[in-house]
Design a protein around this ligand. Sequence first.
Ligand code: SAH
Ligand code: SF4
Ligand code: F3S
Length: 483
Amino acid sequence: MIKAEDIDITYYKAMKEAPETDPERQYYFIAKAGELIEAREEELGRKLTACVVTFGCQMNARDSEKLLGILRAIGFETQDDENADFVIYNTCTVRDNADQRVYGRLGVLNGFKRKNPAMRIALCGCMAQDSVTVEKLRQSYRFVDLVFGTHNIYKFAELLYHMYQNEGSMLVDIWKDSDKIVELLPVQRKYDFKTGINIMFGCNKFCTYCIVPYVRGREKSRTPEDIVAEIKDYVKDGVVEIMLLGQNVNSYGKNLPEKTSFAELLKRVEDIDGLERIRFMTPYPRDMGDDVISVMKHSEKICKHLHLPLQSGSSKILKMMNRGHTKEEYLDLALKIREEIPDLAITTDIIVGFPEETHEDIEDTLDVIRKVKFDNAFTFQYSMRHGTPASKMPQVPKDIVSKHFDEVLSLVQETAREQSKRWEGQIMPALVEEVNEHDESLLTGRLSNNILVHFPAGKEMIGKIVPVYLKECKGFYYLGEMQ
Ligand code: SAH
Ligand code: SF4
Ligand code: F3S
């Protein structure tokens, strides 16, 4: 793990030419960009501020920690307020409403920029990988200064340097794919005590509705050695919980020269002294082997939570989605896991309104929800993504989708409420994450099963794992008392 202050800036400042290899090349640009920023600060007579706004999934949240690490190393003061000297939108394009949110907020940024001509705006992440989006930015959002994609995020310092050199025109650098993984860049964690870490990048599954394989490229895994070394460093630095990240973690290790598996990786991570909790996102049901279930069952550290995306309960729709399993296979798997690990919470993702989905298909989805009794679920309306196979299939009219969506959502909520209640009266360890958003006298902790509990205690408990009595279930969360 590298922190901003670990880079020998003076050494790289003195260099005449950029090194060819990374990460040294990026350290060089961190130093050089730092000089540009210092000069600007002198002109303006104040520090330069930067703000990273994250849209989308845990992968993006992690990428933002990398962007913040680089910004801090360059010398920016980072803040949450978007009225800053440099704002980076790290975007998501999984559904159309994700895109729309970004376009809406870009308009607001333009307002800030008019008042602060020193302001610079960058857009990166999944939206930037789509050529139609980039064209739209070139046409109608010309105040954006820098656009880069998901494959070259490690080059952020270099791009930032060129952006400041290149005043007045939009700098665009998008790669189609890459097999390169650059280690040892600085990272600024959002929380001191927990973080996500990539175990793999990309996705090869090509579910027919999904844009992720097009914007994140092909699967590539980091080596177990790199992963374990990074986690050990974090643990030394105070981290007690890590989340292993991949679009499809069950494929972990497939492209590595030395064959390994996700179950093997979990075992190696379990052995790290001082690490208390392990989570992971996202397993792919068809590839979820008995080896992983067995490791979870016997682990002391893997949290009692499994996010197992269903997408649809109808075998017909699952086939059209290219998920590779039937309704019955999903049920067998989920019910087997319920039996093996009874105190596990199972959550899921469901898409409503996939092409040709009828009420009969929805009945199948409802049936799976009733049988598995999901502890929680994200329900999405299908969103057509151009270039995906499903975009060419017959679409379901909006009003029907909306009716089906309400039906699914209400059952999911009913089941989740019932399930959440099942822990009432127990004492469970909670990792204290923050002061409650609405009531400062309360802290918010996360249980191993991913449920939140709010309880009175002092701020100094943040980052600690403490036993909490689960006094009252309030729907999807608890009010509790520290023991
Ligand atoms: N790799 C993960 C999640 C990727 S995206 C997995 O396979 O589960 C997160 C969720 O967004 C998906 O699980 C799916 O439910 C939803 N999603 C993806 N594409 C979508 C689309 N075109 N319309 C609506 N929801 C979508
Ligand atoms: Fe998308 Fe499917 Fe890959 Fe998940 S597994 S990211 S849903 S293509
Ligand atoms: Fe969105 Fe990209 Fe994640 S499209 S869901 S941010 S991988």
